[in-house]
Design a protein around this ligand. Structure first.
Ligand code: NAG
Ligand code: NAG
Ligand code: NAG
Ligand code: NAG
Length: 320
């Protein structure tokens, strides 16, 4: 490289830009390939004209800085790092010293790739149990193959513009990106779109009256749901659905029976259901028994109506 330095000094002393003199060979920079616009990741070939002189060497500049390793009439640069303003000139290496003038700047700039973004339907809060559609919108062109990423990992099974996911299992950070065979060959990768699950409204069951329950007695269960008012109340007894109805349910306790009661709200708008309440156990483990024969005897055993969350479900009832 040492030998280039006197050359640089010489050039600095004799910078003659094309346009100032008619006598010199006029140099210019052209982009040979690919066709503009140019995109990130592409390799670009530049050529210095006039190009086919014998005994010429070429001098290249980017943003006014000499590129000492580039001495060919064509150079190859990669984007985006080597974007900039390019100039060149030719220098004779034999015969009488006669250089071309220095070409005007030729701008080699990167055009931003199309942007991608993830659109989610339905809008707003998303609930457990829902199916959600994600669509990848890319700003330009239509012939994309779509790539989807969940938490930074490509979902290899999905290459269409819209995908469907189910919650809560497939919640996470979603990104998409387009690729195509023509230029530009890829879009930006979209920003993360967070798909998170909002808890369904809570339901709880309480029983009245509190306290001791006798076999055959009637109690009323009450279902309370934390949000909204337009619920249809679904009651479950031992996990089996009873007829949907009102927020209160009257039951007659039977002997020898442990029943788990739960309720859940359903509505037409989203969220379309509440959580199912924890079980309220109404247990009858004893009863008055009147023996038809022999000595009448009463068995008295405590039985309880319990709940995993007594504070919410209003405590317990018991049978004496
Ligand atoms: C060429 O571009 C560079 C970088 O923008 C600038 O510094 C220089 O003055 C320009 N030269 C000419 C001749 O326009
Ligand atoms: C210049 O061109 C010659 C012949 O095409 C090639 O062999 C050489 O590698 C090129 N030099 C650079 C620095 O690109
Ligand atoms: C997107 O989210 C994932 C998972 O949380 C994270 O690893 C990644 O860095 C995020 N990417 C961007 C561009 O924010
Ligand atoms: C209710 O009864 C079921 C079945 O016997 C039991 O698994 C559950 O733990 C009970 N729940 C409460 C809150 O006691």
């Amino acid at each position: 490289m040492d030998h280039t330095w006197p050359c640089v000094l010489l050039l600095l002393n004799t910078l003659i830009y094309c346009g100032h003199s008619q006598d010199l060979h006029r140099a210019s920079v052209k982009i040979i390939s690919p066709q503009e616009p140019l995109f990130t990741g592409e390799t670009v070939t530049l050529q210095c004209y006039p190009s086919d002189y014998k005994y010429w060497t070429y001098v290249w500049y980017r943003d006014n800085q000499l590129l000492p390793s580039q001495t060919n009439e064509t150079i190859t640069i990669s984007l985006p790092d080597q974007a900039g303003q390019y100039q060149c000139h030719g220098k004779k290496t034999a015969g009488r010293q006669q250089s071309s003038c220095i070409s005007p700047n030729h701008s080699v700039r990167v055009t931003a790739p199309p942007t991608a973004s993830v659109r989610v339907s339905p809008h707003g809060l998303l609930y457990s149990g829902e199916t959600v559609t994600l669509q990848c919108d890319i700003s330009d062109y239509t012939d994309w193959t779509y790539y989807w990423f969940l938490n930074n990992i490509q979902i290899t099974s999905q290459t269409s513009k819209t995908i469907t996911i189910s919650l809560p299992d497939q919640a996470g950070q979603y990104q998409c990106q387009g690729k195509r065979t023509g230029r530009p060959q890829s879009s930006y990768i979209s920003p993360n779109h967070s798909i998170s699950v909002t808890a369904l409204p809570k339901a709880s069951v309480s029983v009245s009256p509190h306290g001791l329950l006798y076999s055959g007695e009637t109690v009323t269960l009450q279902c309370d749901i934390s949000d909204y008012t337009d619920w249809t109340y679904w009651w479950y007894r031992n996990k089996q659905l009873l007829s949907p109805g009102s927020p209160s349910k009257t039951i007659t306790t039977l002997s020898d029976q442990v029943s788990q009661y739960q309720c859940q709200g359903r509505r037409t708008d989203r969220p379309q259901s509440s959580q199912r309440s924890v079980s309220l156990n109404i247990s009858v483990t004893g009863e008055f028994t009147i023996k038809q024969e022999g000595v009448p005897e009463a068995s008295e055993t405590d039985a309880q109506a319990t709940s995993a969350d007594p504070s919410r479900c209003g405590g317990a009832a018991a049978l004496l």
